[in-house]
Design a protein around this ligand. Structure first.
Ligand code: FAD
Length: 498
């Protein structure tokens, strides 16, 4: 039953973008550049950074800025209790897996490490066979455009040689003996900010890897300060934060009806809005976009949605290992972001392993974190639960079984080469930072993100990628595909569909 004390307003728009991460940032900029007045709806807050800022929660003294409307931390092994706040991370609990996703203007880019990897042509095709023929185009201009927009660089030698990066060097020493080719990870980072920490001008944040809730000092070229800033500078983008989209429907004339709650930072609903639009660009991330469309399908809000909505979801093969008690002296502090990785190009099951610094080591224990990912079978599905008016994910173990065995083998080899032991933390609590799929290209949408049979409805985020991005972390591929699709949409749909 609706609460009549809450004001209800109705608005009319040409184009609405829902969600402001990699898909949403690219979409908003390219729409504005094409002259389309655009409204961007984002549930999270805008977070300002700069040298010595105290914007984000820290691991030491974690608080409610770290979590999306939750009474406790959503990051494993951390404890606390507080009043709910519109913080930066949401844990989406499913059957068999928990996905942890961003909730902020800029989406996951605000709190991601920034590993920006482009898959090889064959690995791209193995993950996304329906889009394999796009690869040469993506490689020629879309991936390079994203790299340019995000100012991608790799760790400079002087930073890698400094004391806080001893654990990165320890990984580089051990990995070749385990059969891995090592490489520096491309990152959207201005390393002058890291040098500012190393020479004591700025409080430590990169150099202690205290970055999983956002980088206080700034210097990270996240989507809010790159794509979205450029879009706002056109004068055609209006950004509404603290706007939670609850439902999407299609009216009898074919227009889109978006039901939105404008909320306060404690989650209280301040206003109900109905926004009527010619075109809607769903960019609420794999979990957000999929939940909205599975709800719309189950409740009959959008007739004739493709049957594939709610299918072909995967975890990108994410697995986090704690490497404990290695021979090398890794010091007391571990620098980040995750700047070195390794692969075995000969492995029949493709994978990548990256060293991600740990903000804290258990007392008296030498520990560092290794993250593995690869190509999976996208067998995850979502179903509507009327009791909660939400969709719930089920992820069967078989989805990443082959990759799991391969990663276990290489992790054992690393421990053999460098000493100590490797603990698979996902064996205890399966999780992913890289949810992908739910509204797959091919079966649910075309390769430009147009949902089949639904004129003016687009999906341009991680929801359209079926389960994995070619043994790489996903952001680079989500953004490059969005660039590619937006070029098509601007050419073919602007001025005709909307
Ligand atoms: C801690 C962390 C570290 C990571 N590290 C890396 C990394 O190093 N490299 C990498 O490639 N990837 C990394 N990732 C994953 C990466 O961030 C995601 O793959 C990427 O952000 C997904 O992009 P997207 O456009 O699909 O959606 P997102 O970036 O998730 O954006 C979706 C946006 O939609 C908003 N939204 C959701 N539902 C609603 C709603 N109902 N109403 C209004 N707004 C809504 C969300 O608040 C969010 O801002 C990391 C993720 C996390 C959480």
């Amino acid at each position: 039953m609706s609460d009549t004390s809450i004001p209800h307003t109705i608005h009319r728009e040409r184009a609405v973008v829902i969600g402001s991460g990699f898909g949403g940032g690219v979409t908003a900029l390219r729409l504005c550049e094409a002259g389309v007045s655009t409204l961007l709806l984002e549930r999270g807050l805008r977070w300002e950074t700069g040298p010595n800022a105290t914007t984000f929660s820290r691991f030491d003294g974690i608080d409610n800025r770290s979590a999306w409307l939750s009474e406790r931390p959503v990051v494993r092994n951390l404890h606390g209790e507080w009043a709910p706040f519109t913080g930066v991370l949401e844990a989406v609990v499913g059957e068999g897996i928990t996905s942890t996703v961003g909730a902020a203007l800029g989406g996951g880019s605000v709190m991601y490490h920034g590993m920006t990897l482009q898959p090889t042509k064959s690995n791209f095709a193995a993950s996304m066979p329906m889009a394999a023929h796009l690869y040469d185009d993506l490689d020629e201009w879309a991936y390079p455009t994203v790299a340019r927009m995000l100012g991608i660089t790799t760790v400079p030698d002087d930073v890698l040689a400094s004391a806080p990066y001893a654990s990165s060097r320890a990984f580089l020493d051990a990995a070749p003996d385990a059969g891995l080719d090592t490489f520096p990870v491309p990152l959207p980072v201005d390393w002058e900010y890291v040098r500012g920490e190393l020479d004591g001008r700025f409080a430590a944040t990169y150099t202690t890897s205290d970055i999983a809730f956002g980088v206080n000092n700034g210097g990270k070229n996240s989507i809010d300060v790159t794509y979205l800033r450029a879009a706002e500078e056109t004068g055609l983008l209006r950004v509404e934060t603290l706007h939670v989209v609850r439902d999407i429907g299609r009216d009898e004339t074919g227009l889109w009806e978006i039901v939105v709650d404008r909320i306060a930072t404690d989650g209280t609903v301040l206003e109900n809005k109905t926004i009527v639009a010619d075109a809607v660009f769903l960019n609420a991330g794999s979990t957000g976009t999929t939940r909205l469309l599975v709800k719309a399908q189950a409740k009959g809000l959008i007739p004739d949605l493709p049957d594939a909505v709610g299918t072909q979801w995967g975890n990108n093969g994410d697995r986090i290992y704690a490497w404990i008690g290695m021979d090398a002296d890794i010091g007391v502090q571990q620098g980040g972001p995750a700047c070195v990785g390794g692969r075995d190009p000969e492995s029949p099951v493709p994978f990548t392993v990256i060293h991600a610094g740990s903000p804290e080591q258990p007392p008296g224990m030498k520990m560092m974190t290794l993250v593995g990912f690869g190509i999976v079978d996208a067998v995850g599905t979502w179903t509507y639960d009327p009791a909660t008016d939400d969709a719930v994910l089920t992820w069967p173990e078989r989805g990443d079984a082959a990759l799991r065995a391969t990663l276990a083998e290489y992790m054992a080899r690393i421990a053999q080469a460098g000493g100590g032991q490797m603990i698979d933390t996902d064996a205890v609590a399966p999780g992913t930072w890289h949810p992908l799929g739910g509204v797959p290209m091919g079966d649910a949408a075309d390769l430009a993100g147009r949902v089949h049979g639904q004129r003016g409805l687009y999906v341009l985020d991680g929801a359209r990628i079926p389960g994995s991005t070619g043994a790489c972390n996903p952001s680079m591929t989500i953004a490059a595909l969005a660039e590619h699709s937006m070029a098509t949409i601007v050419r073919e749909d602007v001025g005709s569909v909307f």
